[in-house]
Design a binder for this molecule. Structure first.
Ligand code: ZN
Length: 286
């Protein structure tokens, strides 16, 4: 499943190809993915100019010059690729073309293809004035890569919370788009136990502890490093098939149960928290 850095990498790739272009043709191969496509999907998009491509949590948001915004979500297995020459769907000779579900032909001559083998992704059109209050977006927490994300914000979000730090960081109504992998990695780098109460990072007067400040800084660093790694994988991909969306990372604790901790040499443990696997080192995460 793409996590926030992957989605941000996709956004940057699509932004370069789509912003400023008009949608000259839209082809869809089935009536639905996870949800039905909007009615008259192609008709509502054709002729629209893409003015900006934003990200909110793990949603990609194309601002169109008409009255609507196009929302795209990659689900479990969605990816985009950019083709410079147009062809019919399925693209001749393109692997996985069976799972190419949508193609946007741009006024620039490029074609953006959405591929999704498991079809948990979806696309939606929302009238611009309804965007902020839309059910998909009105209850989403703050962006961990946004300017307002710091120790003081974490303190405000976590004050009085007895739930675990892991669960609080994964709570999408508090912080947007932070997933299991990067929460495990950030907690390891910050030296904080995933089992510690979230509220323990907040001083009695509501100000952030040094731990909260460190955690906020580390979360940004871990995400930014992954985005940077995605950027380099993006450049590699462009040389080959133009696919955007997935890249290999090396993680310090995620998926490394029973391996030695890179920092203290202790054993990385795997536990279950709220039904999700948590990887951490009991030796150096307190
Ligand atoms: Zn350790």
């Amino acid at each position: 499943m793409p996590e926030l850095p992957e989605v941000e990498t996709v956004r940057r790739g699509l932004e370069a190809a789509m912003v400023g272009a008009r949608l000259a043709a839209v082809k869809q191969r089935r009536p639905d993915l996870r949800f039905p496509f909007p009615e008259r999907f192609a008709e509502r998009l054709i002729g629209q100019r893409v003015e900006a491509l934003r990200r909110r949590a793990k949603y990609l948001i194309a601002d169109l010059d008409g009255a609507e915004v196009l929302i795209m979500h990659l689900g479990m297995s969605g990816s985009f690729r950019i083709e410079q020459a147009r062809g019919p769907i399925p693209g001749a000779g393109v692997k996985n073309s069976l799972h190419d579900h949508v193609a946007f032909d741009l006024s620039t001559g490029a074609r953006i293809v959405y591929n999704d083998p498991r079809r948990f992704g979806f696309m939606q059109l929302i009238p611009r004035p309804e965007f902020a209050g839309h059910p998909l977006f009105h209850n989403i927490g703050i962006e961990p890569l946004g300017d307002e994300f710091d120790g003081a914000t974490l303190a405000r979000l976590f004050a009085g919370k007895t739930t675990s730090l892991k669960a609080a960081l994964l709570d999408q109504t508090l912080i947007a788009g932070l997933g299991n992998i990067y929460v495990c990695e950030a907690l390891h780098r910050a030296g904080l136990s995933p089992r510690r109460a979230a509220g323990s990072l907040v001083r009695k007067d509501g100000t952030p502890s040094a731990r909260a400040t460190r955690l906020a800084r580390v979360i940004r660093a871990v995400l930014n490093e992954a985005v940077a790694a995605g950027g380099s994988s993006l450049r590699d991909h462009r040389k080959t098939d133009g696919a955007l969306g997935y890249f290999q990372h090396s993680f310090r604790v995620y998926g490394r149960d029973l391996e030695p901790c890179a920092r203290c040499g202790g054993a990385v443990r795997r536990i279950a928290q709220a039904g999700r696997a948590t990887f951490y080192c009991g030796g150096c995460q307190r």
